[in-house]
Design a protein around this ligand. Structure first.
Ligand code: SAH
Ligand code: SF4
Length: 394
């Protein structure tokens, strides 16, 4: 059985995206009230497992092996244009494209920064909602930051996406289309620096990946599987970032995939994290760190701890010391801390740390034997940096 078939979600099953207790806490992981009216995105090849693809082909009067040819166009060549399907009977090309590759995302705006090595795209979805993804070229890699939900229901007050609330979950097809288009852009030299290969994918755009677990995992498997079953981007180069939805981290641990887990901690104590991350009232720092450490034990992959440095709030020496103590409690060398200067968002009362406080914070972690690197704020001038994605038209 192929990777895709073995783990596929049935495209017909409903996924609520509602975290148990989502109506009771201060976070509101509830779908918007007009969510039912919006309906579901058109079914895409990547929403289906192998058997479903073959059945769909047969229902259209095509030979079942056509499904595999289509997958090869999609994953091997990033191609959804009927004109390029030379291995297909002419009469069936258009129908195949309509039925397997409906247009799920349409670029409505594109902004560049860092001399064209950062490109943010605003996408419109079938129901008129908007999401964003950001493509970034580094000396040794090309990274795509993708969205997994329209908005986010977790309500982190320092995050632009959090201010939107959750509109709906994205389908696997909608998630994967961001990857296909970016991989094509990189290959075709549309990113400054010449043609290259998309090497990394991070779920750090809009949304909480664990709130849309099934579609995200189906996407992850197809990002990592070798063509023609997937894009062939190693699972080791895929990062799933979570606000700390513990059941999601536990489920991910069971998947035995070598993806990187990133946990958005932002505070070393419950008292402070309760203020910054509403989800902490549901799953506290001990539960989150326990689950993260278990993920490390099972996967042998260092966990990333994301920590947005907010001036005078969580960026003082005492916070760094407490953080180091909490992390070292679990042993050595199991985490990599990524402090990132807060990217200010409109109307927020929090601002980025002073550079000297950032340095002191890092120094304390380093002296405590903890790997830590200050994350860059790529794309902040085009609101393309972490936490700034709000899918706004210019
Ligand atoms: N919902 C997931 C993934 C998307 S957010 C999560 O929270 O982990 C991606 C990262 O950006 C997270 O680490 C998040 O905490 C961080 N972030 C959000 N708002 C930010 C801001 N204004 N400045 C810097 N980082 C921010
Ligand atoms: Fe959602 Fe992550 Fe933003 Fe929190 S930081 S609101 S979990 S996207």
């Amino acid at each position: 059985m192929s990777v895709v078939a073995a783990h596929s979600a049935s495209s017909t099953e409903a996924e609520s995206g509602i975290t148990p207790g989502g109506r009771s806490g201060r976070f509101r992981d509830v779908l918007s009230s007009d969510h039912a009216r919006r309906g579901k995105p058109p079914v895409h090849l990547t929403d289906l497992n192998d058997d479903e693809r073959k059945q769909r082909a047969e229902a259209l009067g095509m030979k079942p092996f056509r499904a595999r040819q289509l997958a090869n166009h999609y994953f091997g060549h990033y191609d959804v244009d009927a004109a390029g399907f030379s291995d297909f009977p002419l009469a069936q090309r258009d129908e195949a494209v309509q039925e397997f590759f409906p247009t799920l995302i349409t670029a409505v705006d594109r902004q560049e920064a860092d001399q064209g090595t950062t490109v943010k795209t605003l996408w419109e979805l079938f129901d008129g909602s908007h999401i964003e993804s950001v493509l970034m070229r580094y000396p040794q890699r090309i990274t795509l930051c993708i969205s997994s939900q329209v908005g986010c229901g977790m309500g982190c007050p320092f995050c632009a996406t959090g201010q939107l609330g959750l509109t709906r979950n994205m389908s696997t097809g909608e998630i994967l289309e961001q990857v296909r288009v970016a991989a094509k852009m990189a290959r075709d030299g549309e990113l400054a620096g010449g043609p290259g290969r998309l090497s990394n994918v991070v779920f750090m755009g809009m949304g909480e990946p664990m709130g849309n677990y099934r579609a995200v995992m189906h996407a992850v498997r197809q990002i990592s599987a070798a063509p023609p079953e997937g894009f062939g981007i190693s699972a080791r180069n895929i990062t799933i970032s979570t606000v700390g939805v513990v059941p999601g981290i536990r489920k991910l641990t069971q998947e035995s995939l070598p993806v990187r887990l990133a946990v958005s901690l932002h505070a070393p104590t419950d008292a402070l994290r309760d203020e910054l991350v509403p989800m902490n009232r549901r799953f506290n720092t001990t539960q989150v760190l326990d689950a993260a450490h278990d993920y490390y034990l099972a996967s042998k992959r260092r966990v990333s701890i994301e920590y947005a440095l907010m001036r005078g709030i969580n960026d003082q020496a005492e916070h760094a010391t407490q953080l180091a103590r909490r992390l070292n409690h679990y042993g050595d060398d199991w985490v990599h801390v990524n402090p990132i200067p807060l990217n200010p968002i409109e109307g927020s009362r929090w601002t980025a740390s002073k550079p000297e406080d950032e340095r002191a914070f890092l120094d304390i972690l380093h002296r405590a034997g903890i790997a830590a690197t200050l994350r860059d704020t790529r794309g902040s001038d085009i609101d393309g940096a972490c936490g700034q994605l709000a899918a706004k038209h210019r």
